[in-house]
Unconditional design. Structure first.
Length: 424
């Protein structure tokens, strides 16, 4: 509707300008004197000839009265021609004045055609300039309108496409049906949403594959170690040289397989930080189910859990507790004291076994990749449980603290409360 209004206004002004130009071109600049007024003027001057000094003009014409000697007798206003020569130069109308059949003087009627033409020209120029200014205003308004409904939305779509190409799928495209691209914005945003879903699904699938490869690599180490141990026993008890060589070959192959699996596990582990951690508000009562699920051997006694809202990823928090309890089962094999309390803007879960702990110099290394305590030499493991758990807790704005307690290893899981999170 606005587009049609702008175009109609421009067309109307164009026709006005053309009409003014045509009238200006076709205008008659001759502007001959009105013969009726001229006759009336002549008659009035001739009738007042004897009293010309008190004569008053009876028409709208300006004129000068001269006698036969060229002397000025009367003028309607100053600045008119006062001689025959000036009247000729000015193209005034020169008429004879006759009284009683004799020519007594000359009537010089002023030629005002130039002044009339000048006034008309000024009028046309004013109308034309007004139309041009209106046209410029409409053009500026139309440009602003086009900028708002076409240029800016197009630049917005361009920026959106660049963000999509750059992999930024989080910022939605604001829908605006007032511009020409309004009908497409919804479709573009649906495309962004679907791409984001596809990318998230792909990332989740890749993470699952990496976790599976890491888990299988870790699990394969156990039977390989058993094969190696059995071969070492067989080689030690065998009296046959050839059979002992066969056992030795099996041991070498087991070492080779173990090395390959370690390399595969290490390569997969380098990408484990791509595991998604999505914290959310969850009730603290969910913590009870997580602890019960992790303590499948029932080595711990669960205390009363304060009611509050935690900010954590349920899946990743469950994995943290699974790792802690599994380590206690594997290395300590004792009962586990579990305490849960609220400390400021944190909910702290403290777990301690009775295994005697680890060497103080080894404590800072337990959360590093592939690091294990000296008491774990004869126990299968990769030294990744606490490393991954620490990563999960940091991603959830929490903390994992490992230290020696009174009776054994003490692990503190500090979970951030929802009220302490500043949402963007």
């Amino acid at each position: 509707m606005k587009k049609r209004t702008f175009l109609a206004g421009l067309l109307l002004l164009f026709f006005v300008e053309m009409a003014v130009i045509i009238l200006f071109v076709l205008q008659d600049t001759d502007n001959r004197q009105d013969s009726v007024l001229v006759n009336e003027t002549v008659q009035s001057v001739q009738s007042d000839w004897n009293t010309i000094e008190t004569h008053k003009s009876q028409t709208s014409l300006d004129y000068t009265v001269l006698d036969m000697e060229g002397e000025l007798l009367f003028q309607t206003k100053e600045g008119l021609s006062d001689s025959i020569n000036m009247a000729v130069l000015h193209r005034d109308t020169i008429l004879d004045l006759t009284v009683d059949g004799q020519i007594v003087g000359k009537l010089l009627i002023d030629n005002d055609s130039q002044q009339v033409f000048k006034k008309q020209k000024q009028t046309y120029i004013f109308v034309l300039m007004a139309a041009l200014f209106l046209q410029c205003g409409l053009c500026i308004g139309y440009f602003v309108y086009l900028n708002r409904v076409i240029i800016k939305p197009f630049q917005k779509l361009k920026g959106f496409a660049e963000r999509i190409a750059g992999g930024n799928l989080d910022i939605p495209l604001t829908m605006d049906r007032q511009n020409l691209f309004g009908a497409f914005t919804e479709s573009f945003d649906i495309m962004r949403s679907e791409l984001k879903k596809a990318r998230m699904a792909e990332a989740k699938a890749n993470a699952s594959k990496k976790e599976l490869v890491a888990k299988l690599s870790h699990d394969i180490k156990t039977p390989v170690a058993s094969i190696k141990a059995a071969s070492e026993v067989g080689a030690a008890l065998s009296d046959n040289e050839r059979l002992r060589d066969n056992y030795t070959q099996i041991i070498h192959k087991a070492d080779q397989i173990n090395e390959l699996i370690t390399n595969l596990f290490t390569a997969t582990l380098e990408e484990l930080k791509q595991l998604t951690v999505t914290p959310e508000d969850i009730e603290s009562m969910a913590l009870k189910e997580m602890l019960e699920s992790s303590d499948y051997l029932h080595q711990g006694v669960l205390p009363v859990i304060p009611e509050c809202m935690m900010y954590a990823d349920p899946l990743r928090l469950q994995q943290v507790f699974d790792n802690i309890f599994a380590n206690s089962y594997k290395y300590a094999g004792t009962k586990i004291d579990v305490k849960v309390c609220r400390n400021g803007q944190r909910l702290e879960v403290l777990m301690e076994d009775y295994g005697g702990g680890v060497c103080e110099t080894e404590l800072p290394l337990l959360k590093e990749k592939f690091k294990r305590g000296s008491n774990a030499k004869n126990v299968e493991g990769a030294g990744l449980g606490l490393y991954i758990s620490d990563y999960f807790m940091r991603e959830m704005n929490g903390e994992l603290v490992v230290k020696n307690g009174r009776y054994g290893l003490e692990v503190l899981v500090s979970i951030c409360l929802s009220s302490n999170i500043k949402y963007s």
